[in-house]
Design a binder for this molecule. Structure first.
Ligand SMILES: Nc1ncnc2c1ncn2[C@@H]1O[C@H](COP(=O)(O)OP(=O)(O)OP(=O)(O)O)[C@@H](O)[C@H]1O
Length: 517
């Protein structure tokens, strides 16, 4: 009966709190069979005595007890900063209780009547989380060691993922410590922020800092899947369930088992699919199309949106109950304009990445260039910054990078060159010519009238714009490429490359017979 669980490095100790003797026995027996040591209590007072006497790895408590609420036990554990992971059992249909418990720091919840398979799975996750963190027991005085840094609470995977999230400003430090804190539980996380602020990086960091980091991280862009395919993509499909389905197919939920399912652009999910997603989250199981059976799925949900979901709820475009379920824990990622002191470090990190991908030395970014970047509104946040640097690298001629936008006078960020030193190493030798992939990134003209609609093919649209500008500049310069290049702020090499890439024919051909050089 008490065969130790072979995967556990030591035998975990569990406290079960339930006032119904039959259920208590059932839970005890189930846990003993899994190899855990178990203590049981029938009410809050008995549970408190156990907690006073010893430490547990996991506490499983019913919500409603004869002398109080399971929440009181959970709150005590948190108040005293004890390390026990709490699992709360709530009555079927009381979503509020489950969400409230998760918000109060419960590791996870179970809905009564408890499915024993699910029970074993949730307890195993909590035990694994507890043993993996190997946190020293918190002092019983109720004080915490202030020196305890984020680095010591997350593993190697977590630290690497947090390091990828560049920025040491106060808002970014708050984001990182929140990630490390919330990663430990199973509560759904909603990452909010403008486009390009790094929401996916945050979601990846939540996964990497969690005890699920060895499991899969499955990222889904909810807005990119055609509506008629959503159900099969999310929940899988059985062979023959629709035309062309020649074999059983797993969905994202099955693929993310034991890991994290990242639902990006959750605000774009159609209403019909929102109901199905809600059901999957509540039941922790999904039914593949064409199947009569439910698949139990153990996944943690992290979603992200750039929309104001609360407003979407008000207008009826997003289900209130799903919002409530997904938004148990919120992480708000700040816009770049609200953390401008991160700009130098971001530029350095992004340039290092771009140069590494291009197999070249990291170019020098002068303080003046950083100032001109800071004077740009950068409404597209880090993604826009990354694109600007990509283009600057593509256009680079010498040691120093130049930017191909005109400083905007709308909502400028302040000077940042003297806020923090730029951490780019010593000036590198002149970089080799950028690779074709980098050169292929076309510069966006600084002032282009807004097109009537978003282009269906961005690259074709940009190529067309570029072609028109080049042809105009060439024509106005009498087809002298050097003069046209100078007007456009390009080098001769750059304009030649662009003329060739876009297949622009010139009266002089491609041999510079027009006295370009
Ligand atoms: N703090 C950061 N440090 C380093 N790179 C970052 C940071 N934030 C964003 N990036 C980079 O910017 C780009 C956009 O980031 P990401 O895709 O995570 O943003 P997002 O908020 O999810 O965007 P969207 O809402 O458009 O999906 C990526 O290349 C990412 O690596």
């Amino acid at each position: 009966m008490s065969t130790p669980n072979p995967s556990a490095p030591r035998i975990a100790q569990i406290l079960v709190v339930d006032d119904e003797p039959d259920l208590r026995t059932l839970y005890e027996l189930t846990l003993l069979r899994e190899g855990y040591r178990v203590e049981a209590a029938g009410n809050v007072a008995e549970a408190e005595k156990h907690l006073q006497a010893e430490r547990f790895d996991v506490v499983i408590t019913d919500m409603r007890l004869p002398d109080g609420l399971g929440m009181e036990i959970l709150q005590r554990i948190h108040r005293e900063q004890r390390s026990e992971r709490c699992i709360v059992m709530t009555a079927y249909g009381s979503a509020e209780n489950a969400v409230e418990a998760l918000k109060a720091g419960a590791f996870d919840y179970l809905t009564k009547p408890v499915d024993l398979k699910q029970f074993r799975g949730v307890v195993a996750s909590a035990v694994q989380a507890q043993l993996a963190s190997a946190r020293p027991s918190a002092p019983s005085t109720g004080t915490v060691d202030p020196a305890r840094s984020i680095e010591s609470t997350v593993g190697g995977n977590g630290n690497a993922a947090l390091a990828r999230l560049v920025g040491d400003s106060e808002p970014m430090r708050l984001v990182k410590s929140r990630i490390a804190k919330v990663a430990r539980g199973m509560a759904p996380v909603l990452v909010r922020g403008e486009s390009g602020t790094g929401k996916e990086l945050v979601a990846r960091a939540v996964h990497a800092c969690s005890q699920r980091s060895d499991g899969p991280f499955v990222a889904v862009n909810c807005g990119a899947i055609p509506e008629n395919l959503l159900e099969a993509e999310f929940f899988g499909a059985r062979k023959g369930s629709y035309t062309g389905s020649a074999a059983d197919r797993d969905g994202y939920f099955q693929a993310a088992r034991g890991g994290t399912l990242f639902l990006d652009e959750i605000g774009d999910l159609p209403l019909a699919m929102q109901s199905k997603l809600l059901r999957a989250i509540q039941e922790r199981s999904v039914r593949p199309i064409g199947s009569t059976q439910e698949d139990a799925v153990d996944v943690r949900i992290v979603s992200a949106t750039h929309k104001d979901l609360q407003a979407e709820v008000q207008t009826g475009r997003f289900r209130q109950d799903l919002f409530y379920r997904l938004n148990v824990i919120e992480i708000a990622v700040p816009a770049l304009r609200d953390r401008r002191e991160d700009l130098p470090a971001l530029c350095a990190a992004l340039l290092a990445r771009i140069a590494h991908d291009a197999g070249m030395d990291v170019p020098v970014l002068s303080p003046a260039v950083i100032d001109s970047l800071a004077a740009h509104p950068l409404q597209g946040n880090v993604r826009e910054l990354e694109n600007l640097l990509h283009r600057a690298v593509a256009l680079n001629d010498g040691d120093e990078l130049h930017l191909d936008f005109e400083p905007s006078n709308i909502a400028p960020l302040e000077r940042v060159s003297d806020l923090a030193p730029l951490s780019i190493a010593a000036p590198p030798p002149a970089p080799p010519p950028p690779p074709a992939a980098a050169l292929a990134v076309a510069p966006i003209p600084a002032h282009v009238d807004a097109p009537p609609a978003v282009p269906a093919d961005l690259q074709t649209y940009l190529d067309q714009q570029e072609r028109e500008i080049l042809v105009r500049a060439l024509r106005e310069s009498g087809f002298n490429r050097t003069a046209a290049a100078a007007r456009l702020g390009l080098s001769l090499r750059q304009i030649r490359y662009r003329i060739a890439r876009l297949g622009i024919g010139t009266p002089n051909g491609n041999d510079d017979a027009g006295g370009d050089e």
